[in-house]
Design a protein around this ligand. Sequence first.
Ligand code: GLN
Length: 472
Amino acid sequence: MSAVEIAAAVRSGQQSARSAVEECLSVIEEGDAEVHAFNLVTAAQARTRADEIDAAVADGRDPGPLAGVPVALKDNLCTRGVPTTCSSRILEGWEPPYDATVVEKLHNAGAIVVGKTNMDEFAMGSSTENSAFGPTRNPCDPNRVPGGSSGGSAAAVAAGFASIALGSDTGGSIRQPAALCGVVGVKPTYGLVSRFGLVAFASSLDQIGPFTTTVADSAAVLDVISGPDHRDSTSIRDSLPPVTDTLDDGVDGLRVGVLAELSGDGIAPDVSARLRAAIDALESAGARVAEASVPAAVFGLSAYYLIAPAEASSNLARYDGVRYGLRMDASNTPDMNTATRSAGFGDEVKRRIMIGTYALSAGYYDAYYGKAQKVRTLIINDFASVWEQFDLLVSPTSPTTAFSLGERTADPMAMYMSDVCTVPVNLTGQTAMSVPYGVGDDGLPVGVQVMAPALGESVMFRAAAVLEASLR
Ligand code: GLN
């Protein structure tokens, strides 16, 4: 059952929230030893909350639009009194004193948290192999990675451990794992969803978004979690009209651009073939398709891998052994800081902190960070002119299907290349989503990325719904 169907059944009293939760818990029990989607399963709290929802239904109170829907949360979303680890040793033992805004909103909408999901440490990675707690496996093939950094959330939805999951997307960490696991994944417009309570990686790029099995479910989740929040200073003040309302409006007459810079070189032939099939489906539904060019998009990855580490080096300075989690003993404070950070952070996090600190240091700031910011502006300007001619853009989400565990861990550049199609829209703040669109030569899922201008979620979801329907 989809999340929308579960909520309808729970609200009408046809199914209890408790049975929806028990079903997920037993699927987790059976399958998560192999997949390792979860860092923590919150079974007891989930049962208690389910009984509250069922009591509300029995009393005739409205349990909310996502009543009884089991949800998995990426482990960088703060949950009050429940460990939030970012899959890092450095947060060992830390329990946030508050809930993230999205967690609060899901709770108020009747959704039930079943656990916290595994991720690349501090969301740095594309395979979930950079977790301090061991990798997550792809439910479609346990020898493959689920993508990352929100690999646990993508795997949880793909394996049926939860109907919906939340992840965070700084450079593709929702869309790429969604593509590799064969589920829907959405990166909302920057500022549409509050980041309050999301542990910061690169604050100018981070956004929270849903993973679901259907497009309608993602629309329903987005409608619940979006909206202004005074606790996030970058939150957009206006609310968007519900995406759910226009889901079935189709794409007749819409101008769709195939983004040349992200759809040619370096894309595996079987992935390109699925993109062509998706383009055909949009055309048959009445869209006018042409090639689109965003020349500066080719610099996206280079700019991203300076800006994101620079912001990370600053954000991660707070893990000093004093305020959160882990502390290693030493005879003086600086040695304690060093010992704590040396023991608490994994290799990739250390690599990013060093790159970012270097890029921000006096003497190199203009040459690296300053230049990357200028390139970011070029990319923003190039997209702005393309939006004068197109309503939507499409590309593959990931250049390849899921790769094997261990295949790219020794080569950071090969790992970073996984994000080549997804990072540009984080730099611009636009919205984009990955829609599963069949399988590649290896039988593993392929995702098609649909991109829209800032706050273009409604149009983007219309195209996603058309793509989904074309496969039925
Ligand atoms: N894979 C990219 C990185 O390692 C994106 C991560 C993300 O979106 N959180 O930075």
